[in-house]
Unconditional design. Structure first.
Length: 415
């Protein structure tokens, strides 16, 4: 019995010493610096891009489950998350989220500063308007399949993104004058409540479904594109909410400890968002991507923040393991290099996440072109599952190769 007791005591002492060592190392790890460029946002943006570009071609094949396709009016499906997640990704990494935009107007709230800001945004969205117009001409000229109830007769994704970015700059004086610590969140909440009020009690829902004459007709340019134009208000509120979240992400977050605090707070916020989404869907109005209504915006925020939680958790695990193993995270991938501290340069090491994130909109545009080319060159509706997988493999390899080529040349195409 005596040797057994001595062994147990020795094991307890060693375990206590080992635990103390781990706690000390863990505490030191939490004090490690975290890159200013926020790797988890880059990874999340790339994941959203990959998810979107795979889905927009895969949905044209019979192998793609129909339950994952876009719903007509009410409900949710995998394909319904694309535009909303794109808006969120742009909002959290926008100029406003990183401290620009309204900060200029807060210093000099005058007409010249305002017009300069709006003009700069207009020049920035001009390529999107050109792309939207080109898509419109190609679709109408080629007879390519389209769902008018999604955006309208002439509207499309590029017009929605451009209008959201332009309207957000137009509203900057309101943001600058709001006394709240969360001005974008306050403005987004006000806008969303007003828009949902019009949909629920102002006849907006009936107008979107049945048109001005109640027969589904589209006699004017506005009514012909009513879904795309009015849903931009919902996407605008989503964008403003995303900017507020981005401002929080880009705040005081210099160490892994502060990142861990962000993870805890964001997890609690996400629980609240999912609860609000469930209540709004059940008691206010069903989720509708077609209208971009209040429950849809809440659903997008819930899903986006949940994804952010998992990507933050992934960053924490990578950084902690790298510290415990004595390996600098920046040696693993360019994603963890701090470009703000390294003069904006990256190592010539290929990383798919960094490559796609550097040219997100360009890759998305290329994906649209390749999707159209595939649909024109073959009858996707009668293709076998094997053909579907083969085409998707070639398609995704081409997109990743294009992203890698641009990244290796350090070329960034601004759209």
């Amino acid at each position: 019995m005596l040797p057994l007791a001595a062994g147990l005591i020795l094991a307890a002492v060693c375990s206590h010493h080992l635990l103390s060592q781990l706690q000390s190392r863990f505490a030191q790890a939490l004090q490690c610096s975290y890159p200013r460029r926020i790797p988890f946002l880059s990874a999340q943006r790339t994941f959203l891009t990959l998810l979107t570009v795979v889905a927009i071609l895969a949905v044209d094949f019979p192998a793609f489950p129909r339950r994952l396709a876009k719903v007509e009016t009410y409900g949710v499906g995998l394909m319904d998350v694309g535009v909303g997640l794109f808006v969120y990704a742009h909002g959290v990494t926008s100029l406003e989220a990183r401290g620009g935009g309204s900060s200029v107007l807060k210093v000099r709230l005058n007409l010249a500063a305002y017009l300069a800001l709006v003009g700069k945004t207009a020049r920035g969205v001009f390529p999107l308007l050109v792309l939207g117009l080109l898509r419109l001409l190609v679709v109408k000229g080629s007879g390519y399949q389209e769902h008018i109830s999604e955006y309208g007769l002439h509207w499309n994704f590029f017009f929605s993104i451009a209008s959201v970015r332009l309207l957000s700059s137009v509203l900057q004086p309101l943001v600058a004058m709001l006394p709240s610590r969360c001005p974008y969140g306050l403005l987004a909440t006000t806008l969303l409540l007003a828009y949902q009020g019009v949909l629920s009690w102002g006849g907006g829902e009936e107008y979107l479904i049945y048109g001005p004459h109640g027969d589904g007709s589209r006699p004017t340019l506005f009514s012909a594109n009513r879904e795309g134009i009015l849903s931009s208000l919902g996407y605008l509120s989503l964008y403003l909410f995303s900017v507020e979240i981005g401002r929080w992400f880009f705040g005081q977050r210099n160490t892994l400890r502060s990142l861990a605090m962000h993870l805890t707070q964001l997890s609690l916020a996400d629980v609240v968002l999912w609860t609000a989404t469930s209540l709004a869907h059940s008691h206010v109005h069903p989720v509708s991507r077609r209208f971009a209504n209040g429950p849809f915006v809440l659903w997008m925020l819930s899903l986006s923040t949940l994804m952010s939680v998992f990507f933050i958790l992934g960053d924490l695990i990578v950084f902690l393991l790298a510290f415990l193993l004595g390996t600098p995270p920046s040696s693993l991938t360019p994603l963890y290099q701090d470009e703000a501290r390294d003069g904006g340069k990256h190592q010539p090491m290929l990383c798919v996440v960094s490559a796609i994130n550097s040219n997100q909109m360009a890759i998305f545009l290329l994906a649209n072109v390749l999707t159209g080319a595939v649909n024109f060159s073959m009858n996707t509706l009668e293709a076998s599952s094997l053909t579907c997988v083969a085409v998707l493999c070639v398609y995704m390899t081409s997109l990743c190769a294009a992203a890698g080529f641009l990244y290796q040349l350090n070329l960034k195409i601004k759209l």
